[in-house]
Design a protein around this ligand. Sequence first.
Ligand code: ADP
Ligand code: MG
Length: 598
Amino acid sequence: MKDSFQLYLRLLAYIKPYWRVSALSMLTMAAVALLNPLMGQQMKFLVDDVLIAKDQDALLRVMLMLIGIVVCKSLAEYASSVASQWVANKAVEDLRRFVFEHHMRLPFSSVQAQTSGRMLSRVTYDIPQVGTALSNAWIIVIQDTLTVLALLGWLLYNAWHLTLIIIATGPVIAWIIRKASTGMRTSNRAQQTTMGEMTSTVEEQLAGLREIKIFGTQQHEANRFADIATRLRKETMRVVRISAANVPMVQVLAFTAVAGVLYAAGRLAASGQLTPGDLMAYVTVTSLIFEPIRRLTNINATIQRGLAGAQSIFELLDMEPEVDSGTQQIERARGEIRFENVSFAYPGQDTPAVNDLSLTIAPGETVAFVGASGSGKTTLMALVARFFEIQSGRILIDGIAVQDMPLTTLRSQLALVGQHAALFDDSVGHNIAYGRQGADMSEIETAASQAHAMEFISKLNQGFDTRIGTNGNQLSGGQRQRLAIARAFLKNAPILLLDEATSALDNESERVVREALVELRRDRTVLVVAHRLTTIRDANRIVVMERGRIVEIGNHEQLVNANGAYARLLASGEDIVEDAGAGAVSEMQMFNETVARG
Ligand code: ADP
Ligand code: MG
């Protein structure tokens, strides 16, 4: 209970900016509540003045008053409903924005710890539930509580001994509600997790549709989804059962109380202690109490769902963002990168992905990283960009540790062309412009032609304005890569991190992409995870990695002659591929012969 209270207090902070409208909605709710006992009062006049005293003027007056009360009450109800929904939807909008923004500031280690489905269902499913708890629930809790209090107040004032009967049921009702809350909160949390799983599964289905079709695993996926859907139904029904049981229990209790009041009032009226009008008023007022009490018990389900949603949202908002405490500014780095005894293990893993690694890369140098899959090449690049925090050692750019620079300063020095360029469902032009905010059209065109992307962009129906579909699925692998390269040209950062694609490209696109990359590498410090022989040969130095360590450094000839790890890699032919095009094959044969001779 204390827990819920604190959650609610924290939620209230999101309503605070809109306190004026909140106050307005409270006022209108109070008006609704206070107008209720007036109805009972009029019923007394109807019986005592009109029916018994036979006063025709009073009849008209009572009727006009009743209509007036109902009109005012309806207007107030409309205003309170719109005002509180407005506040709640503002809070929902804010929460959605905060969650989205906060998620972008989280370090990869935290992002990785949760599924993307969970994140999606937070925004789409949990937050609206908080909104409902803030709007509907809020109206009902406040308005109905006030109504009950106003009616009770009227009853107490007019006949306190009758009212005690109703008040006596209070503790029992409270006990029922409390019992139900605990059960519902647990089930709601389970429901949220399942909802996240469901979102994940749909996401995976969308992304893996090719695999699903080609491996014929439709049935397997359908079963997996059906399991989740069933689980979700069961969890939902658990909440439904608890909340449905709640209502009749309270209903019986409340009606018994009302019957008790009727009985007592009837006895008093019979013995002349109450006028018939008083009796009528009591009956009206006690029957008015009945509905808000029923609603109040029912709303508990909504509140518990909202609180469970709030809990999950606050969990996310409480995650620490990326540490960004560096203050050393640099304009444009010369591009010297130094690794000093760098060690890093992914969260929850014992073996380090990068192990006590030291290396100095001169400005303008191109260093190719080769090594078996899993040797830590991609990780090393990620560490330069500070996507993860190293556990020991230092990484310095132009002599400044990456932690000592603001993240934006650090990352503005880096351009990243990865194996899977993330494209957005927008025009080609906007996707390239992602490389630098505020770039103008001529700069975008220059970047596109430098990246050899003009060749295909000019053939698109709407040129730069062509939309490329979710994650660029209307483009080929080579075209996507060239857009990524165009972005890097546009960004024009002094350091280029390149994670080379292996066999994703056909020969022709591979040739074009390679040519584009040759230009991009000019006058920059380049760290390239290389799989192609030409890239490797073009590099000033080759770094051979094994299990997070450097095992060899040198140029191609040196390493071939050393006949060590590099030579073995070449011979295995798994991690280094020959290039497309006629010349490459014979070159490859030459190397193999060299290796054989050496
Ligand atoms: P490479 O790029 O050389 O193939 P990686 O740098 O991707 O190697 O991986 C190095 C090691 O770290 C591997 O053992 C891999 O399993 C592990 N690893 C890579 N990425 C992650 C991650 N996001 N979370 C946990 N472990 C990871
Ligand atoms: Mg890799």
